[in-house]
Write a protein that binds this ligand. Sequence first.
Ligand code: CUO
Length: 677
Amino acid sequence: RPAEPVFVPRGDNKVAFDVPASYLTDHYRSNAVEILSRFGEADVEKIPIKELTIPSIDFASQLGRRENFSLFIPKHRRLAGRLVEILLGMRTYEDFLSASVFCHDRVNPYMYIYCLSVAILHRSDTQNLPLPTLCEVFPDKYMDSAVFVQARDEANIVPAGSRVPIEIPRDYTASDLDEEHRVAYFREDLGINLHHWHWHLVYPFTGPRQVVRKDRRGELLYYMHQQIMARYNCERFCNNLSRVKKWNNWREPIPEAYFPKLDSLVASRAWPARPSNSVLRDVNRPVDEVQFDIQDMERWRDRLFEAIQTGAIQNDRGERVQLTEMGGIDVLGDIMEASILSPNMNLYGDLHNFMHLALSYIHDPDHRYLESFSPIGDPSTAMRDPIFYRLHQYVEEVFQQHKRTLPSYSPQQLMYSNVKVTAISITSNNQPNNTLSTFWQQSDVDMSRGLDFTPRGSVLARFTHLQHVPFVYNIEVDNQNNQNKIGTCRIFMGPKTDERGLPMPFRDQKNFMIELDKFTVNLKPGKNQIRRRSDESNITIPFERTFRNLEAGRPTDITQLDEFNYCGCGWPQHMLIPKGTKEGFPSALFVMISNFDDDKVEQDVQGQCVNAASYCGIRNKKYPDARPMGFPFDRWPGDEVNTLSQFLTENMRTVDVTIRHTNTVLKRSIAVSENNV
Ligand code: CUO
């Protein structure tokens, strides 16, 4: 059975909706007595649901209840867009709740959760509602289907509270015969996939315009995915793999395979796999109303390159519009994705989305085997597949083409007059200075919302993920001005050597610099000591927020939920640092203090969740950094700059750090405490 209504809080035997009889579907109406008896015990608190005349949602039946759903499919987008519009249009919270309950048993469950989540995120009266994490609602998107059989047994035999967590095996999608499997821990990480899903929920490319239009959303599409690529490439270097090859020849066989081992509980079907050396073909699937040729994608690509090389796009009124130094990347992001903000969908098409779509149907492009799309066709699962990174490396290199047409930063743009970074280091418990340590950790997530078991109660899945020992940045800044100054401290880290072990040229290295943190600093005249903990990062969210379940418990006080939704977007803290190697992976830590006068964005962000703002922005606010995203590494460096040291001005500094990996597995309860630094 599909997921249960999302509003039912944890301990859900105790709360049930009092649904008007007219809301029950025919199927459930005939079984109403039995269903009510299941939830209708004396101590159940009933939430009354107002009976309304809901606008017709007959259109939603164009997507069957047991089918898979993907926003990359234009038909699905249209249906979802209409439903989001209806949910956003409900006048009061009570009406919205009523419509949501009405839709629950009438709409495809994947589409339902997507639309409901977008509506909750964008309605002003639901900002306080917690959004359930997708791995709780649809655990089948995140773990080996074998887990569910065990979970069912456990739930049947053992009462809630005494159930043993079911372990998700570590190497279940492939063996080491496939060298790509070495980075499966990154691709299949639950937190990373949840971050990516949440990001696309916050920045939908389709739907009502007020939902799509957000400050610099096209640029953030570029930057957030650029960082995914930088991080994945670093992870590859740590595992003796070469950098990702962009997927640019769409007619060549694709060596990377992916066998997901996921079963859709909704569709009762296995997600399709892609064997090695699959070849892309034109797609023609009347059932999904999808028909396009590889040539269509090639035409869109050529027009996009023409726009980049001439420095101007053509809008849908036939006018040429310059790609400006600051705004060009934002427009290109919307064209590339493409979002409904694309200035000319007819000319530039829908390249990135159709790359996902074409790949997701590679096993059955004309639907002769009646198969659905593979994980690359769904933002909540796409990052599991190695081809995701080849696709996004291509996207990234298109954006870099544009960045190359822009002037390099001059030393004047980079420096901060009379502000010098005089020393930087990393310290952590029991480690030599400038050494980062990683290890494996096991944590539990609750799957019970997504599984319809009786008897009910928590069913835990235990997964193994990368973790690092918490650490502190120590930064010494000399403010030689005789007055207080404000700066933005920008911390990045990147590999020192390439896949052949040779020093990394700066032109390459700058694209592998991963952002670790960004924060404002007040500088008094003279020497300043800045100390910043790794878990304060402006990129990440803590485990409890990624999963919002067991460790911290779900807040019961509605005021604590205030920031939860936007706040669910953020890189998982446990993946802040690449794995490193047993011997120690040589990296360069980089710190810059930039002039706040050139960084600041005047706005009030009180009460907003800002702690993952760098990758996720801030809800209903401007992106909180006026510089181009990725600054100072987003531009092509001047001809004379060949190394990171040559790039430095006095307000920047680097130090060599080593990332050491220990191949041990710790349980979360005995993991290094965050305060233990
Ligand atoms: Cu996030 Cu392709 O944009 O998956």
